[in-house]
Write a protein that binds this ligand. Sequence first.
Ligand SMILES: [Zn+2]
Length: 70
Amino acid sequence: MLFKLLVFGLAIFGAYVLLKNKLGSNESKKENAQNMLECEECGAYFIKSDGVRFGGKIYCSKECKDKARG
Ligand SMILES: [Zn+2]
């Protein structure tokens, strides 16, 4: 009886962990999609964290930042 309860508990715990991982990965994918920005210089799309910030604006690359400056 105790053994059955233990197996049942482990099964629920396993399902919980799997579900949590699944939800977690969906969340991070959604976040990446929301963080896509358009470069002000060349119009290319890039991920916000990969961008180069300068003068309150954000560009896709160092090259575009330099172009915008000059
Ligand atoms: Zn650019």
